[in-house]
Design a protein around this ligand. Structure first.
Ligand code: PLP
Length: 379
């Protein structure tokens, strides 16, 4: 079956005698057992829940993995993956990461003596050169947030295998519709399900998908041991949102392409970062490893004041953190999603303070362009 068909044709209610079209919400914390010394398939929702399992299986299938796991947020998913490591281990991470990931790496993992070093992972040679005997994981986003840099996942997969380290890819900006890192050589895929998987800004959730059975066992253990799984009602909402993933992303991506072209010709805009533009650094790699540029882009306006002004002047693009919703949003990353990143890191990473990030929704594309155009004309 093709992707659009797979999104709606799957076993959404295993073993249910009534064959409902929508997956039932098993809103229960515990399941009655026949015996005191042996349990059925489900005993307690922290360990497993039928609604969650349908979502987890569907995500695993869409990503080409063997097992999926859903968490209460993208950060809980990232945390679970980092808990595969032990004191003394090291993560080699690309420098351009969601601010919350940087905070977790710098201010939480250090408490367990797990070290994170940053490299420019868009240069695979640099990653290979920086791997040490302590390195257990290479951690990247692609495209990255907020600079939309492209990391060559196939090249990193080779390097990771050669050195016996895990490659973990946060693919939130793409969704399984546009990119499948496991097929490119990644060991672990992470999604902030809050973004395109949900699509409606009404759930915070996260997902981890793996192929390898022993990794799956470890993540299952961690999900249960730490109690970070997603609740049944949120799983139901995600299952509902997921069915329209292709429809939404096709529309959002088409509009994002139009907007990126418009901005790249605009005299007030100093740079546009969008992986669907042929001029974008990494475009060729993106064309090989993904099926489009997605619906997130960023651009610079010349000054932080101009960025603030544009963000506050658009009407259809609403000021909000996060991305991937059917409603378009606008943000100034250094003040919003990346505000928690220490100033020195922000400066050394070169995330411009006049950078605006857009997440393009499903509104009429011409109205979105008009909205941006009129905000830019007031500069
Ligand atoms: N990964 C990326 C790329 C993100 O942008 C975010 C949040 O914005 C996260 C992970 C964290 O996800 P959540 O907000 O669902 O915890």
């Amino acid at each position: 079956m093709k992707f659009a068909t797979r999104l709606v044709h799957f076993d959404g209610s295993p073993k249910d005698p009534y064959h409902p079209m929508a997956t039932p919400i098993y809103q229960t914390a515990t399941f009655e057992q026949d015996h005191a010394d042996s349990f059925g398939e489900y005993d307690y929702s922290r360990s497993g829940n039928p609604t969650r399992r349908v979502l987890e299986d569907q995500l695993a299938a869409l990503e080409g993995g063997s097992r999926g796991f859903c968490f209460s947020s993208g950060m809980a998913a990232i945390l679970a993956v980092t808990q595969l490591l032990k004191a003394g281990d090291e993560i080699l991470a690309d420098w351009d990461l969601y601010g919350g990931a940087t905070r977790l790496f710098g201010e939480v993992l250090n408490r367990s003596n797990i070290k994170v070093r940053y490299v420019d992972a868009s240069d695979p040679a640099q990653v290979a050169a920086e791997i040490t005997p302590a390195t257990r994981m290479v951690y990247v986003e692609s495209p990255t947030n907020p600079m939309l840099r492209i990391v060559d996942l196939t090249a990193l997969g080779h390097i990771a295998r050669q050195h016996g380290v895990l490659l973990c890819v946060d693919s939130s900006t793409m969704s399984p519709y546009l990119q499948n890192p496991l097929g490119l050589g990644a060991d672990i895929v992470i999604h902030s399900a809050t973004k395109f998987l949900c699509g409606h800004s009404d759930v915070t959730g996260g997902a981890v998908i793996v192929q390898d059975e022993s990794l799956a066992k470890e993540i299952a253990f961690l999900q249960n041991a730490t109690g970070t799984a997603l609740g049944p009602f949120d799983c139901f909402l995600l299952l509902r949102g997921l069915k329209t993933l292709k429809l939404r992303m096709d529309a959002q991506q088409q509009s994002a392409e139009k907007i990126a072209h418009f901005l790249s010709k605009h005299d007030k805009i100093t740079a546009v970062h969008y992986p669907g533009l042929a001029t974008h650094r990494g475009y060729d790699i993106q064309s090989k490893q993904a099926r489009g540029g997605g619906a997130v882009l960023s651009f610079t306006t010349g000054s932080p004041e101009a960025a603030k002004h544009v963000a506050e002047t658009t009407q259809l693009f609403r000021i909000a953190v996060s991305f991937g919703s059917v409603t378009s949003t606008i943000s100034v990353p250094v003040k919003m999603s990346h505000a928690s990143t220490p100033q020195a890191l922000k400066e050394s990473r070169g995330i411009p303070d006049d950078l605006i990030r857009l997440s393009v929704g499903i509104e009429d594309p011409d109205e979105l362009l008009e909205d941006l155009d009129s905000a830019l004309r007031t500069l």
